[in-house]
Ligand binder design. Structure first.
Ligand SMILES: Nc1ncnc2c1ncn2[C@@H]1O[C@H](COP(=O)(O)OP(=O)(O)O)[C@@H](O)[C@H]1O
Ligand SMILES: [Mg+2]
Length: 598
C-alpha cells in the first residue's frame, strides 16, 4: 500500500452522500427539545414580524385618510411589542444554540478520539499523524458554526419564506408571481456551481490536511532538520503546501462571488419589475391596488430575498461541512482490525509458555516479514532474540502482544490461542517496553505509574530502584515529582529507557518484553541492573532483544533471526559450539571489545 504522505492527497469521495447528514442528525437528536423550543420561539417571532407591513399598510390606507391617531398609536405600540418579543427569542436562540453547537462538536470529537484509541498500530503506520490530528481538531471545529446556528437558521428561514409567500399572496397575487419568476434563474445558478463548489471544498480540506501533516512532521523532526541545516528547504516545502492550501481555499470561495451577486441581481431585477408594474397598475383608471398595498408588498419582497440569501450561505457551509464530515465519519468508521473476537474469552492467569506455530506475517500485502516461524519459549524462561537490524525481532514481540494480527499460523500462550482472548486480559498480564520508549508530559512518578495505575508510590520507587533509575531520579530537582515534558526531551536517552523499563516492571507482568531496553545504558549500570532484574525475572517468561550480547549471554534460550527466519536456537554454549551466525556475531563483539586486539 502506498503510504499517505504530506504531499499525497487523500482520495476524494465522488458522490454527494446525504447519509452523512443523516448521521449528523443522530448527534443532534439529544438536543431535540431545546432546539424545538428555539425554533418555536423563532418561528412565532417571525410570524408576528410579518404583521408589521400590514400595520403600515393600514396606517397608509386608513389611519392617515381618516386622521385616526389612536389607531396609529395602537399599531406603533404593537410593532414595539413584536420587536421586544423578537429580541427575546433571538437572545434565547443565541444562548441555547451556542451551547448545543459546542456540545455536538464535543460529542463528535469524543467519538473520533475514542475510536482512535482503539485503532491498531497498522492504522498509525499508514498515515501521517498530522492528518489524523486535523480531523479531530480543525474539521470538527469547522462544523461548530453550522451546528450552532446553521440548522436553526435554515429551519426558521425556510418557514419564514413560506410565511412571507402567504402574506405576499394575500396582498397581491400578480405581484407575487412576478417575484417568483426570479427563482428559476437562481436555481440555474446553483445547479451550475454545485458540483464544482463541492469538489473545490473537498480539495481545500485535502490541502489543509497535507499542510497539517507537514507541520506536525516538521515539529517532530526539528532536531534532525537543524542538525542537517535543512531549515530553508523546509520553509520552501511549507510555502508550497501553504500556498496550495491558500489557492484551494480561494478557488472554493470564488463560487461565492458568483452566488451572492447573482442573488443580488435577481432580487433587484424582480423588485424593479414589481415597482414598475405595481405603479402602472395603481395608476390604471379602474385599479384595485392601493399605495399602501404596494408599500407593504415591497416590504415583504425585500424580506423574501433575505432568507434566500441566508439559505444560500447555509448551502455553502453545508458543502464545506460535508467535505469535513466525510473525513470525520471515515475515521469513526475505520475498522478496528485488531479487536476482541465475537466470543472472546478472558485470558486465564498466564503461566508463561509462548509458542509460535507456523506464524507468517506481513505489514504490507505481498511483502512477507515472517515466514512460517515456529518456536517455543518455556514457562519462566529468559528468551533472547538476536539478529541484524531489520531482521524481524521487534515484529516477533509485537505479535506476542497482538498489536498486529498474524496472516496465518497461531500464537499460543499456555496453549491458548491469543486470537481468541480479549486484548485487555492479554495485555494487562504483559509488561512491554518498546524500542522507542515514550515519555508523557507529567511527573516521573506518573510516567512510571503508567504501567499500573494502582501502584503505590513505594511500589513505583521499588521498580525504579530495581532498574537502577532511583539515583538519577533523586538527583533531579523534585525527585520523583520532577515534571518532564512530552517525549521526555530533558532526559537522556538512557534515562528515558530506565523509566520505561521501570514502567514495564511495575505492571508485574507474567510475560515481560524488553525491546532493546538497555541499548543506551552504560555497561556498568547494565551490570547492576542485570543483578536486580535476575531476581525479579525468576518465574516469569521474558523476551529480551539486545545487540550487546553480554546482556543475553546467560539467557535460557537464544534465537538468532535474520530476514524473518530463525537461523539458530539454543543457549550460549550450544550456539558457540555451532560456530554459526551467533558465534560470528559474538566473536566480532568480543574482538571489538578485547583490549589485546586493540
Ligand atoms: N510498521 C511497519 N510497516 C511496514 N514495514 C515494517 C514496519 N515495521 C517494520 N517493518 C519492516 O519489517 C522488517 C522487520 O522490522 P523489525 O521487526 O522492526 O526489525 P528489527 O529486527 O530491527 O526489530 C524490516 O524490514 C522493516 O522494514
Ligand atoms: Mg527492533
Amino acid at each position: 500500500m502506498a503510504r499517505n504522505r504530506y504531499d499525497v492527497d487523500e482520495v476524494l469521495e465522488d458522490s454527494f452522500d446525504i447519509s452523512q447528514l443523516k448521521r449528523l442528525a443522530g448527534y443532534i437528536k439529544p438536543y431535540k427539545k431545546q432546539m424545538t423550543l428555539v425554533i418555536v420561539l423563532m418561528l412565532s417571532a417571525s410570524a408576528l414580524t410579518m404583521l408589521i407591513p400590514i400595520f403600515f399598510q393600514r396606517i397608509m390606507d386608513f389611519s392617515i385618510p381618516e386622521k385616526d391617531m389612536n389607531s396609529v398609536f395602537l399599531y406603533c405600540g404593537l410593532t414595539f411589542l413584536i420587536a421586544l418579543y423578537s429580541a427575546f427569542s433571538l437572545r434565547t436562540k443565541i444562548k441555547h444554540m451556542s451551547v448545543i453547537g459546542q456540545n455536538i462538536v464535543h460529542d463528535l470529537r469524543a467519538d473520533i478520539f475514542c475510536h482512535l484509541q482503539k485503532l491498531p498500530f497498522s492504522y498509525y503506520d499508514d498515515r501521517p499523524h498530522g492528518k489524523i490530528q486535523v480531523r479531530v481538531v480543525n474539521y470538527v471545529n469547522s462544523l461548530s458554526d453550522l451546528l450552532s446556528n446553521g440548522i436553526v437558521n435554515t429551519f426558521t428561514d425556510l418557514c419564514n419564506l413560506i410565511f412571507i409567500l402567504i402574506f405576499m399572496f394575500i396582498e397581491d397575487v400578480r405581484l407575487t408571481l412576478i417575484c417568483l419568476c426570479g427563482l428559476p434563474l437562481l436555481a440555474a445558478v446553483i445547479v451550475f456551481i454545485k458540483r464544482r463548489q463541492r469538489r473545490a471544498w473537498q480539495i481545500q480540506s485535502n490541502k489543509q490536511s497535507n499542510l497539517n501533516a507537514y507541520i506536525a512532521e516538521s515539529i517532530n523532526g526539528i532536531r534532525v532538520t537543524q542538525s542537517f541545516v535543512r531549515e530553508q528547504e523546509n520553509t520552501g516545502i511549507f510555502n508550497r503546501l501553504s500556498g496550495n492550501y491558500r489557492s484551494a481555499w480561494m478557488r472554493a470561495v470564488k463560487f461565492n462571488f458568483v452566488l451572492w451577486p447573482s442573488i443580488d441581481i435577481i432580487s433587484t431585477l424582480t423588485i424593479s419589475f414589481v415597482y414598475v408594474l405595481g405603479i402602472r397598475w395603481i395608476l390604471a383608471p379602474s385599479s384595485t391596488l392601493t399605495t399602501g398595498v404596494l408599500i407593504a408588498f415591497t416590504a415583504y419582497i425585500s424580506r423574501f430575498w433575505q432568507p434566500i440569501n441566508t439559505l444560500a450561505g447555509f448551502y455553502n457551509s453545508l458543502l464545506t461541512a460535508i467535505s469535513y464530515l466525510e473525513r470525520i465519519f471515515e475515521t469513526i468508521d475505520e475498522p478496528v482490525l485488531v479487536k476482541d473476537a465475537p466470543n472472546a474469552a478472558l485470558m486465564p492467569p498466564i503461566k508463561g509458555e509462548v509458542r509460535f506455530e507456523n506464524v507468517s506475517f506481513s505489514y504490507e500485502e505481498g511483502h512477507k516479514i515472517l515466514d512460517s516461524i515456529n518456536f517455543t519459549a518455556r514457562e519462566g524462561e529468559t528468551f533472547a532474540i538476536v539478529g541484524p537490524t531489520g531482521a524481524g525481532k521487534t515484529t516477533i514481540v509485537n505479535l506476542i502482544s497482538r498489536f498486529y494480527n498474524v496472516d496465518s499460523g497461531r500464537i499460543l500462550i499456555d496453549g491458548t490461542d491469543i486470537a481468541g482472548v480479549t486484548l485487555h486480559s492479554l495485555r494487562t498480564q504483559m509488561g512491554i517496553m518498546m524500542q522507542d520508549s515514550f515519555i508523557f508530559a507529567g511527573t516521573i512518578m506518573d510516567n512510571i505509574r503508567y504501567g499500573n495505575m494502582e501502584a503505590t508510590d513505594e511500589e513505583v520507587i521499588t521498580a525504579a530502584k530495581t532498574v537502577c533509575a532511583h539515583d538519577f531520579i533523586m538527583e533531579m530537582e523534585n525527585g520523583y515529582y520532577t515534571e518532564v515534558n512530552e517525549r521526555g526531551t530533558r532526559l537522556s536517552a538512557g534515562q528515558r529507557q530506565l523509566i520505561s523499563f521501570a514502567r514495564a516492571l511495575l505492571a508485574s507482568p507474567r510475560i515481560l518484553i524488553l525491546d532493546e531496553a538497555t541499548s543506551s545504558i552504560d555497561t556498568e549500570t547494565e551490570l547492576l541492573l542485570q543483578k536486580g532484574l535476575n531476581r525479579l525475572l525468576e518465574g516469569r517468561t521474558s523476551f529480551i532483544i539486545a545487540h550487546r550480547l553480554s546482556t543475553i549471554k546467560s539467557a535460557d534460550c537464544i534465537m538468532y533471526v535474520d530476514r524473518g527466519a530463525i537461523l539458530e536456537k539454543g543457549n550460549h554454549e550450544e550456539l558457540m559450539r555451532q560456530k554459526g551466525e551467533y558465534y560470528r556475531l559474538y566473536m566480532s563483539q568480543y574482538d571489538f571489545l578485547s583490549p589485546a586486539k586493540a
